[in-house]
Ligand binder design. Structure first.
Ligand code: SF4
Length: 195
């Protein structure tokens, strides 16, 4: 006689052990066959930080694929990091939907450039984008840097640029970002945590 998984569990809970069920003619084979493999058993774990808000919850990304050359890896599960001191494994609904964000076809994956007067964005390399940003920063700083104020006091300000840092940065990357920007004379410095 075969029973469904639900019936098997009901009978077991009612006090009839699995040995007794076999003696009564019930076969647990089908029940055992229903046991599913743990879906994360063959995944690689990567720790990261939720990018959404200033709370900065820790997340674990589970990726399928053995990371060998030419193998296509894919994130297939995201959950809160139980060892992270901020969230201790929990995520709010927004963070819990990170998998959709990662797999979204609308996600921006590379830098794009729209030339002055153009009506379309063009894909560019990271090298091109970083060189372009560095060039514009250098030109603007050379043009507007203020070494001394009207009273002759050394101020070393670069008043025509602003920096908006990421709220999910670690203490270390936040510290370095602040130091680099201030070293260039930047004054207007804020963080996405206040947005
Ligand atoms: S999981 Fe929610 S609370 Fe935590 S950083 Fe992401 S958006 Fe903020």
């Amino acid at each position: 006689m075969s029973v469904t998984r639900r019936q098997f569990l009901q009978l077991t809970a009612a006090g009839v052990g699995s040995t007794g069920l076999v003696a009564l003619g019930f076969s647990p084979d089908r029940v055992l066959a229903d046991v599913r493999n743990f879906k994360l058993s063959r995944t690689a774990e990567t720790r990261n930080t939720c990018p959404y808000c200033s709370v900065g919850c820790g997340v674990i990304l589970y990726t399928l694929g053995d990371r060998s050359k030419n193998a296509h890896s894919a994130v297939m599960h995201v959950e809160g990091d139980p060892d992270h001191p901020v969230n201790r494994g929990t995520l709010c609904p927004k963070g819990a939907s990170l998998l959709d964000f990662i797999q979204s076809p609308n996600r921006l994956r590379y830098p794009e450039y729209r030339a002055p007067g153009s009506d379309k964005w063009e894909r560019v390399t990271w090298e091109w984008a970083l060189d372009r940003i560095a060039r514009l920063m250098k030109d603007d700083r050379d043009k507007h840097f203020v070494a001394k104020n009207a009273a002759g006091v050394t101020v070393n300000r670069w008043p025509t640029v602003g920096m908006l840092a990421a709220s999910a940065s670690s203490n270390e990357s936040g510290y370095i970002t602040h130091k680099v920007f201030r070293a260039m004379g930047g004054v207007a410095f804020d963080n996405q945590a206040r947005v």
